[in-house]
Unconditional design. Structure first.
Length: 152
C-alpha cells in the first residue's frame, strides 16, 4: 500500500472512530478559547496530521503484532474504558481506550499505552510551548509542523 493510500485510510478511520475536535480542544486547553476560528481550523488540521503520522509510524514498528480485546468497563463519569492487548514477538502492551458518548455511539477521546495517556502527554508538551509563547496557538501549530518535517 502506498504511503498516500495508508494516510487516507488512516484519516477515514480517525474520523470514524475518534472525536478529534474534542481531543484537539483538550490538548491546547484555554488557548482553544482564545484562538480565532481560522486558528482553530489550522490547529485541528495540524493536530489530525500529527495523529496520523504518529499512528502510521507506530504501526510500522508493530508489523506482525496482534491485538486482542480484553474488556470494557461500564461508564464512569460519562466515559467508558475499553482495553486491548497488543502482542509483539518480544513484548506485550496494554492499550486503554477512553470512549465518550456521541449520539447513538461512542467515540475515542484518548488512548493510554501501558498506563501513559497519549493525549495528556501532548497537552503537557503543548502547555510548555504555550507558556513560552504567551498562549499563542500558532506556536503550537509551528511546533507540530516542524516535528512532522523531522519525521518519527
Amino acid at each position: 500500500m502506498s504511503e498516500e493510500n495508508a494516510t487516507e485510510r488512516c484519516r477515514i478511520l480517525l474520523g470514524w472512530a475518534f472525536d478529534v475536535p474534542a481531543m484537539a480542544q483538550y490538548a491546547v486547553d484555554k488557548a482553544w478559547d482564545r484562538a480565532t476560528s481560522a486558528e482553530r481550523e489550522t490547529f485541528l488540521a495540524a493536530f489530525e496530521d500529527a495523529i496520523i503520522a504518529a499512528y502510521l509510524g507506530r504501526m510500522r514498528d508493530y508489523r506482525g503484532a496482534t491485538m486482542s480485546f480484553v474488556g470494557v468497563r461500564p461508564p464512569g463519569g460519562g466515559d467508558r474504558r475499553a482495553a486491548s492487548r497488543l502482542s509483539l514477538p518480544d513484548a506485550e502492551e496494554t492499550w486503554i481506550w477512553k470512549l465518550r458518548p456521541s449520539g447513538q455511539s461512542w467515540r475515542i477521546v484518548d488512548v493510554a499505552i501501558d498506563g501513559s495517556s497519549v493525549l495528556s502527554s501532548e497537552r503537557q508538551e503543548y502547555a510548555e510551548i504555550l507558556a513560552a509563547n504567551h498562549g499563542d496557538i500558532n506556536a503550537v501549530i509551528a511546533f507540530i509542523r516542524k516535528r512532522a518535517d523531522r519525521g518519527p
